[in-house]
Design a protein around this ligand. Sequence first.
Ligand SMILES: C[S@@+](CC[C@H](N)C(=O)[O-])C[C@H]1O[C@@H](n2cnc3c(N)ncnc32)[C@H](O)[C@@H]1O
Length: 353
Amino acid sequence: MNWGQRIEVFVEYHQIDTRKARNMDFLLVLMYHIPVDSSRQFIVDTKRSLGQFFTVSKNPFELKGFQEWAEKANLPKQTILEPFAGANHIIKSLQDLQLCNEFISYDIHPAAEDVKECDTLKTFPTGFEVCVTNPPWLARNSATRRNLPYPTCEYDNMYKFCLELCLSYCKFVAALIPASFLQSELFRERLCTYILLHNQIFNETDNPVCLALFIDVESESTKVYYDDRFVGNLEDLEANLPRATKEQYIRFNDPDGQLGFISFDNTRERSIRFCEAAEIETYDIKHSSRFITRIGGDFGRRRNLLKDLNEAVQVFRDETDDLFLTPFKGIRDDGQYRRRMFYSLARDLINAV
Ligand SMILES: C[S@@+](CC[C@H](N)C(=O)[O-])C[C@H]1O[C@@H](n2cnc3c(N)ncnc32)[C@H](O)[C@@H]1O
């Protein structure tokens, strides 16, 4: 494949609008990683094995939550480590805001002159107080399915292993990672701020992104922001999680269940809801159904159950600003991420109503 063909494959695969400089930059970063005899599948697998790349539409480091963290970390006076730097976009975005005066950037396949070559998963750089990065994201099951290398670790996604390394070696860590990180409940002790980003970052899969900010000591509380809007302290918001008042027989994905549940929002509005099983009778309910399901249980004698449950869903969503519902691909018409309610949470809600 010659260079012209390689560019064509990239442009087609990524549906890149080559008139936009930002996309061209992105294109060049990607091309750097692809050998001349590449094929379309190789492109996909290479990108998967190295983690995803981002295009940034708005500098996420301008946000209030990040600025507060940058002050705590004394960022402009530090030598910042970027251990998974690619084309060094993170450092450039920090420099644009005069937040970075000294840095050292590494990548297994550097895509810029000021990035040094290093397999930082094998040999993590030492001697840095502050690390700002977006580590590779790669699900273990995706790596196994595609026969891609995956580090020896307990985590189901590579970014969690990278984050553990950053936190072991650095006092202050800022990481652009999947927004579902919050639901993993990992590394909570040092998490001082969680910023859910709505329009700043575009990645290949449209997976929701957050900026997780960690400090050197146990954090008294974790501040939650949606972009620049302060939502609350995580601990206060958690007080609104449903508390089961009873334990009853409930079986999700029961083909004969009498209660229906649509666990995700549509693209227009908040639409997670319980419904009559008959409304979703055309859906084939399998053991693995995760989005639309029927629930078995002793619901027959409960008057107004549907109304009570759906009111409880709305109150819960209002009180917690949707924080404990997993952000889901795609932004709703109101500018917020679509959300999904895990069955474990739906179960707690049923047991609380
Ligand atoms: C999510 S991308 C970050 C891209 C970069 N921040 C940018 O904007 O171009 C993850 C980066 O991690 C790098 N990477 C993956 N495995 C690595 C390893 N073992 N050691 C060092 N870098 C690695 C990839 O090459 C990729 O550049």
